[in-house]
Design a binder for this molecule. Structure first.
Ligand SMILES: Nc1ncnc2c1ncn2[C@@H]1O[C@H](COP(=O)(O)OP(=O)(O)OP(=O)(O)O)[C@@H](O)[C@H]1O
Ligand SMILES: [Mg+2]
Length: 319
């Protein structure tokens, strides 16, 4: 499989009033053409920071301190904002965690969608932009697309807004779609519909997807491969089947135990909490919560390859 996106040794910090936050520490991630990769991890593990770095939408007080982000072999981080604007929303598009922030309450859906299309097709007419918007709403299985185009965001349900955003993100046929928890605010049946929609679009258009979630059960439904993040580090990576059959990292095991049984109401958060990111982590990031920790864990284990899987844990590393 051809590699579309490669993140290598990426570290990102935020300069805040309370000090420096070490949000990402030497992250590695590769996404193949047409592949769905799910990034999973608890709140604060750095999933959104990773997504926002790839699409170059970090706030000004954030800084990439090391590493590379290569899209089709080209370094995204060194692109000017102008060059990035021709990629963002076009070759790479993103569905944000919170639909109400992405949609402008003052604009009808048709104005919002046609603007996104016209930004990358300045030669196109409004009519063309409108018919493309309609086509994408149909692709996203929006029941009454002509009617939805005439609506304001507040007139739509959460599930419908997220469908509109998916349709919008597909307007320019992106090669890579980054979906940051697009379903976590939705009820389970709508969530299942959105997941099957994304899978179908990925199949039909050979689109690559990075699907971010804190929910392993959702990741298992959608992804080919899973990347487990924790406190700004990648702890484990592998195919969905392998990771579910035999999680290697004790953190992944713990996450699996917190996956709800079918019919259960809520996901239980695993016990303990993510370490303070206001100083750089020098030991295994999971050491303080790990039932299997031993002396060696005071040194940070590197992410090593075991066949076609990867794990950052001294239990699997004689080093
Ligand atoms: N804009 C920001 N300014 C300052 N700190 C931030 C900012 N965004 C994230 N952080 C910090 O960076 C770390 C990683 O946060 P991030 O939002 O990337 O995690 P996440 O995995 O997406 O979490 P969630 O599941 O809650 O969305 C956290 O410690 C968070 O407080
Ligand atoms: Mg997030």
């Amino acid at each position: 499989m051809m590699t579309l996106l490669e993140v290598a040794g990426l570290s990102v910090i935020y300069h805040t009033d309370e000090g420096t936050v070490y949000a990402l520490d030497k992250i590695d991630l590769a996404v193949g053409k047409g592949e769905i990769v799910s990034v999973v991890g608890e709140s604060g593990s750095g999933k959104s920071t990773l997504a926002n770095t790839v699409i170059k939408l970090l706030p000004p007080y954030a800084k990439v301190t090391e590493g590379r982000v290569l899209f089709e072999g080209k370094d995204i981080l060194s692109l000017s904002e102008e060059d990035m604007r021709s990629i963002r929303g076009n070759r790479i598009s993103m569905i944000f965690q919170e639909p109400n922030i992405a949609l402008n309450p003052l604009f009808k859906i048709k104005e919002f969608m046609t603007d996104v299309y016209l930004a990358h097709h300045p030669e196109a007419s409004r009519e063309e932009a409108l018919s493309r918007s309609l086509e994408m709403l149909r692709e996203a299985r929006v029941p009454t697309p002509e009617d939805v185009l005439e609506r304001y965001p507040h007139e739509l349900s959460g599930g419908m807004k997220q469908r509109v955003l998916i349709a919008t993100s597909l307007l320019n046929s992106p090669d890579l779609l980054i979906a940051d928890e697009p379903t976590s605010a939705l009820d389970v049946s709508v969530q299942a519909q959105i997941i099957s929609l994304l899978k179908r679009l990925q199949r039909e258009k050979n689109m690559s997807v990075i699907f971010i979630t804190h929910d392993l059960a959702v990741a298992a439904q959608i992804a080919d491969r899973i990347v487990v993040m924790y406190a700004g580090h990648v702890l484990e990576e592998g195919s969905v089947d392998e990771v579910f059959q035999k999680p290697l990292h004790p953190y992944t095991e713990m996450l699996m135990k917190s996956v709800p049984k079918i019919g259960a109401e809520k996901i239980e958060s695993p016990p303990g909490s993510i370490p303070d990111l206001r100083r750089r982590i020098e030991q295994c990031p999971f050491m303080d919560r790990c039932p299997k920790a031993f002396g060696k864990c005071r040194e940070k284990p590197p992410l090593i390859a075991l066949g076609d899987r990867k794990v950052a844990c001294w239990l699997y590393n004689e080093g």
